[in-house]
Each structure stands twice: as C-alpha cells, then as structure tokens.
Design a protein around this ligand. Structure first.
Ligand code: ADP
Ligand code: MG
Length: 252
C-alpha cells in the first residue's frame, strides 16, 4: 500500500468529525516520540481521547437538557444524616435497570429531607449511564398540559414528558391543582407506563391522599398503581438538612 500523499490531515479529521484527535494529535505524537510508542499505541491513544471527549460532551448536553434546579450527585448525599434509607436500597435505581426495567420511585417526606436531591442524583446517574432525563415540577407540568389542552396542542406538548428515558416530577401535593389535574397527570403516567419508562416523583403527601390533591380518587389510584407495578415508595424521615445547616450557623 502506498502512502496517501498530499492529504491534509486537519481537513480530513474535520471531515470525519474527529475534533478531539484534531486538537490533540500534535501533543500525542510528541508524547509517542518521547515514550517510543508503537503505531498501534498512538492510534489507540488518539481514539480513546476522542471517545472520552464525546462521552463527556454528551453528558453535559444531556444534563443541560434535563433542566435540573441544581446538580447534586449520589456521592454528595449524606446517608449518615439521612438514616432512614441506606445506599444499598438505592442501588437498583442507580444502574441501567432503572430504565431497562422501568423502575419508578416515589420519594416521600417533609421539606428538606433530601427528596429533590435524590431524584436529581438518580436522574443524573441515568444520564451518566447513557440515557436522557427531564426534570419538572408537578405544578409546571400540570399548568403546561392544561394550557396545551385548551390550545388543542396536548399531543405535541406532552411529548417532552413522555420521550425522555427518565422523568422527574418534583413536589406533587404542595398546592391545589386545577380540576382537570388528575387527567393530565394520568396521561403522562399511563403513556410512560405503557412504554415501561420510569418516573421519579417527590411528594410531601402519602400516595393514599393524592386523590384529594388531584380532585379525583379513582384516577389518583390508577396513577399510583401504575407507578408501583415496577416501582417503590421510599420515605425519608429524620430532621431537615436545611435546618441542620441553619442550626450550625446559629451556633457559630
Ligand atoms: P426536599 O426536596 O426533601 O425538600 P432537598 O433535596 O431540596 O429537600 O434538600 C435540601 C437541601 O439539603 C439540598 O441542598 C440538598 O442537597 C441538601 N440535603 C438534604 N439532605 C441531604 C443529605 N442527606 N446529604 C446531603 N445533602 C442533603
Ligand atoms: Mg424538594
């Protein structure tokens, strides 16, 4: 095989969409020379850098699209402070089975117990595992879908809630929703249930009383049934983490 002559390396890498190799090859060649790498090792190194960079870019893009209110990881969660749950209990929500088995999770507890932190952390792990996620609050989702119904645009506007592999619905039950709330929420939960896609819901109210919040006991029951067919309820007890931080400041 004769060597291709006159080929412009930069132009070729650009055309093949290999920006990381294009950016790093000069440094990699210098390192290879110094360390006497084989041709194979040089190629492996360049490809490994391109792959690592693409994975990182995807995670960043997907995290931005998820619209988390804050980014907190499972590693940042203090399981000693929140003694009512163990790290192992969350194991089955932190791996790819979350999505492949459609494992929904209802996180219950009073304010400051870490419900939103855990929901974000689980969704972020899913992103790291190659999936995509979307965060919303119950109030936003219901307001959005109710206005979509009025505009006759429900089908288009429900899509952002049904398409992602993982959907977080934060703060269900904090306020009185509109009369047709149950139906909009049921549409989202049922469509995701049929596609076996997980939903992570945080709430300060037991699922048994969601009927009052949503003004429809039967639909609320249908929602909870679907969530729990492959899912679980986790109750976070103990003191508020926010109050703890406050009390430390007070003591200082
Ligand atoms: P909730 O949604 O239950 O009201 P959050 O998840 O918003 O509570 O938690 C309030 C704040 O306290 C957040 O900044 C969160 O990161 C932090 N927090 C709560 N519980 C813990 C915990 N066990 N370990 C570390 N940080 C925590
Ligand atoms: Mg919260």
């Amino acid at each position: 095989m004769s060597r291709a002559s006159g080929a412009d390396l930069d132009a070729g890498l650009k055309r093949l969409h290999l920006p990381t190799i294009r950016r790093t090859y000069t440094a990699v060649f210098a390192e290879a020379e110094k360390e006497s790498w084989t041709h194979r090792e040089v190629l492996e190194q360049l490809i490994a850098e391109e792959i690592a960079n693409r994975a990182e870019t995807r995670i960043q893009r997907s995290t931005r699209k998820a619209k988390f209110p804050f980014l907190k990881t499972i590693e940042e969660f203090d399981f000693e402070f929140q003694g009512s749950i163990k790290r192992q209990m969350l194991g089955r929500f932190l791996g790819p089975e979350l999505v492949s088995d459609g494992r929904s999770l209802i996180l219950l507890g009073r304010p400051g117990r870490g419900k939103t932190h855990l929901a974000v952390a689980i969704a972020y792990k899913a992103i790291q595992n190659g999936f995509d996620a979307r965060f919303t609050t119950a109030a936003k989702l219901l307001a959005d879908l109710n206005s979509a119904s009025r505009d006759g645009a429900f089908e288009q506007r429900v899509e952002p809630y049904t398409a992602p592999h993982v959907l977080v619905i934060d703060e269900l039950g904090y306020l009185a929703y509109a009369q047709d709330a149950a139906n909009s929420l049921f549409q989202v939960i049922d469509r995701r249930y049929l596609a076996r896609k997980p939903v992570l819901i945080t709430s300060n109210k037991e699922p048994g009383s969601w009927g009052e919040v949503l003004h429809d006991t039967d639909l609320a029951e249908a929602i909870v049934d679907r969530l729990l067919e492959h899912g679980e309820v986790l109750a976070l007890k103990g003191k508020s983490y926010r109050a703890r931080a406050g009390s430390l400041v007070d003591q200082a």
